[in-house]
Design a protein around this ligand. Sequence first.
Ligand code: FAD
Length: 497
Amino acid sequence: GDGARVPALIIGTGYGGSVAALRLAQAGVDVHMVEMGMAWDTPGPDGKLFPNTRTPDHRSYWLRTRTKQPISNFLGFPLDKDVPRYTGILDAEDFGGILVYQGRGVGGGSLVNGGMAVTPKRSRFGAVLPSVDADEMYGVYYPRANAGLGVNEIDRAWFDTTDCYQYARVGRKHAQRSGFEFVYVPNVYDFDYMKREAAGTVPQSALAAEILYGNNYGKKSLQKTYLAQAKATGRVAISPLHKVTSVSPASNGGYTVVIDQLDTTGAVTATKTVTADRVFFAAGSVGTSKLLVQMKATGRLPNLNGEIGKGWGDNGNVMCGRANHLWDPTGKLQSAMPTGGIDNWDAGGAFAEVAPIPTGIETYASFYLSITNTPHRAEFTWNAAAGRVDLSWQTAWKQASIDRAKTIFDKINQKEGTIYRTDLFGASKIWGDHLTYHPLGGAVLNKATDNYGRLRGHPGLYAIDGSLIPGNTSVNPFVTITALAERNIEEIVATDL
Ligand code: FAD
């Protein structure tokens, strides 16, 4: 409550925040988590917690009056529609040069994401986090993260036969015929549950197109893993619909944290002030960067160093679709959880997940989200006149991602005699180059912080989320974010408490 003093305050309830909460609580520290999004524990008007991807409603978007679907068009027709403004689950945050999709609510990105739980190939780790000991990560922290997240792998025999992964088998066939490596990707969605969905014995989620706006069943989001364990310690309190707006040194030691309480229209209903001995920034790459950049520029955390806000990347995200021949249908039933990828990282700088288009009808489309090895990094800066944080990302920088993705898809198209789809992103565009799902950086490890996430200049402040990672993980990022948080919190608990 207002005026309280807490030993540890965590801003955000995504991967970094959930790991920190569990490990601090297990070490005997009382933890207060502050989350701007909703709790997502109360069913909506349809009796379900989360709306379906095919029928977005007020729950789908964070404070928007119109949906902003990542695939904006189908057969050329715009898909977006008006919705009531509400503190919904998916934020499409517009920085001018790029739209950054993020989860909002208790569980952060784990609520909305595709569950793809990928550990980078070890040979590439040195480029991902150059100051971190790879032996420790692959020996201890990646295994700990995978266990804590409940990562599981698809049964290959089932993959080879089930209708719902026909799209992925077509993706595999085309990749392999062009000489690319196809990799099976682990997931936090329970594949045994998915099998039962296919058998018709349980309510459907992945097989009912649920992704982006939450999964009602099957997915082991953080609410079911790290956060459930954290709450079971009895030492962790979570305040949803509370947004941190300021962190500054307190006169009697520790930090003064100012928090706005929101209602579901986004209006501020109360402002509270709490003192915390330690503050963990786990608001995600964008949320942590925005707070730190503003606090530094406005003199509230004056000793933060010049690396704050720098080193931000989009993980090289770019999307595209291919139009298959009529003899290569991708199936009208498509599991919303991807489970395969095409690895051309070393030769071409691209790793492409074979993604579903779960429209419920046959599309003859193959769809891909590529993660690419691009050189561009942007910076967050404080715009005093507008009272907001800007991001210097330029849309044109995505050309580097397109060029790398083309090393895969130009070759496949040539081999298969196929073409790119032009009906998915409006204006006959081939490339979905306007967005990222994987914001990374802004408080980079060993630059803005020490090698364990302690923010330089202000003892007792930590960054422990995707902001630590300098812009690219070569695969989907949440396993690396989780493993790095496990590594850092172990050191912090051992040394700082
Ligand atoms: P987040 O998980 O973003 O958590 C930050 C939390 O802080 C949020 O809940 C936010 O609401 C809260 N917050 C922010 N600011 C404040 C504030 N001022 N006060 C209080 N609370 C605040 N990654 C994968 O590895 N595999 C995938 O398959 C995958 N698919 C994705 C699909 C989509 C649609 C999206 C959007 C992302 C996907 N990702 C995927 C990315 C992954 O979800 C993110 O990398 C991950 O969630 C980042 O973790 P984090 O701990 O840095 O922050």
